[in-house]
Design a protein around this ligand. Structure first.
Ligand code: NAD
Ligand code: ZN
Ligand code: ZN
Length: 338
């Protein structure tokens, strides 16, 4: 039996939408018939081979897939046929290393990553690991909830890691797939929000979704803006895809503030050692979220607190979608509809 999938034939090449064998679930795995899959900028980094650790072609990207369980592998007890489940970047972890034992499974060095080290959700079917796959509540919109499975959980966890308290200010730098959700999670968590991007349509979307202030970094200096308006932010969450935003994040922070890096553009960013030391700043990386973060992030959505801005498209348009993403032409999230 075969299915349609978007396959990366080699790094940097266009994807091929082609027929491939439907995989069969091994022990602890389930086969999912996909309804939708979000397209994350990480998928584009994967296809281009942007990062030091590269995926091995041919592979199927996608880590925001949502679908119904069609077949259950040996030994699976927590998921049954017909359940609505997703895949995730944290496709599996070892379960017994120091990180797994202490609630930091996202740092497990033996983890598998959906659509990167194992095939992902850019196909009509996918395999997930029953122990790690998010199980979704019935009644949620399968297209909207796709965006929560990476973008949503990542910024929800990232915001927690800023340690910003209700009533304090957070800057969200980069208002794309991740950032437009970050604005909404931050508001739901009681924070005051400054949105920063280089595109006017992204700033408008952030304002519609509750940002208190916005600044266009292509027109104004966002550091001067944030310092003048609010005296620096208690926390800064960077989801932008340009290294310059990471340098600016330090400048937008208030003394004692915490800067969390979510975005993963290739390259390096300069920070002023003096500013970090004298300001008592914390700079912290944050990668997706644990299974518990996922449950919480999905619940915020299910409770009606998060409204993902999505556009559904067919899998055949995957190369056009990546081109639009590269050029910053996507508002919110594109979600593949199967
Ligand atoms: P996206 O393309 O939807 O959004 C990126 C946004 O950054 C766009 O709105 C763009 O206009 C904006 N931008 C570009 N240059 C900027 C600048 N100089 N200043 C401010 N904004 C700028 O991408 P996405 O899906 O939201 O992903 C964003 C990044 O986060 C990617 O690098 C992705 O790999 C990474 N990511 C990380 C994690 C994690 O766990 N840490 C999870 C998912 C995605
Ligand atoms: Zn992602
Ligand atoms: Zn582990």
């Amino acid at each position: 039996m075969s299915m349609k999938a978007a396959v990366v034939p080699e790094l940097g090449a266009a994807l091929t939408v082609t027929d491939v064998e439907i995989p069969s679930p091994g022990p602890g795995q389930v086969l999912v018939k996909n309804v939708s899959s979000g397209v994350c900028h990480t998928d584009l980094h994967a296809v281009k081979g942007d990062w030091p650790v590269k995926p091995t072609p041919p592979f199927i990207p996608g880590h925001e897939g949502v679908g119904r369980v069609e077949k259950v592998g040996e030994g699976v007890t927590n998921i049954k046929e017909g359940d609505l489940v997703g895949n995730a970047w944290l496709w599996s972890a070892c379960g017994h290393c120091e990180f797994c034992r202490t609630g930091w499974e996202t740092l497990c060095e033996s983890q598998e990553n959906g659509g990167y080290s194992v095939d992902g959700s850019f196909g009509q079917y996918m395999l997930v690991n029953a122990t790690y796959a998010p199980v979704l509540p019935e009644g949620v919109d399968p297209y909207e909830v796709a965006s929560i499975l990476c973008a949503g959980v990542t910024v929800y966890k990232g915001l927690k890691e800023t340690e910003v308290r209700p009533g304090q200010w957070v800057v969200i730098s980069g208002l794309g797939g991740l950032g437009h959700l970050a604005v909404q999670y931050a508001k739901a968590m009681g924070m005051k929000v400054v949105g920063v991007d280089i595109a006017a349509d992204k700033l408008e979307l952030a304002t519609r979704r509750g940002a208190d202030l916005v600044v266009n970094a292509a027109e104004d200096d966002p550091v001067a803006f944030v310092q003048k308006k609010i005296g620096g932010a208690h926390g800064v969450l960077v989801t932008a895809v340009h290294p310059s935003a990471f340098t600016q994040a330090v400048g937008m922070s208030r003394r004692g503030g915490t800067i969390v890096f979510n975005g993963l553009p290739p390259g390096t960013s300069e920070v002023s050692i003096f500013d970090v030391v004298l300001g008592g700043l914390t700079i912290r990386g944050s990668i997706v979220g644990t299974r518990q973060d996922m449950v919480e992030a999905v619940q915020f959505y299910a409770d009606g607190l998060i409204r993902p801005e999505i556009t559904t498209r067919p899998l055949e348009e995957i190369n056009e979608i990546f081109e639009e993403m590269e050029n910053g032409k996507i508002d919110g999230r594109v979600v593949i509809k199967y």
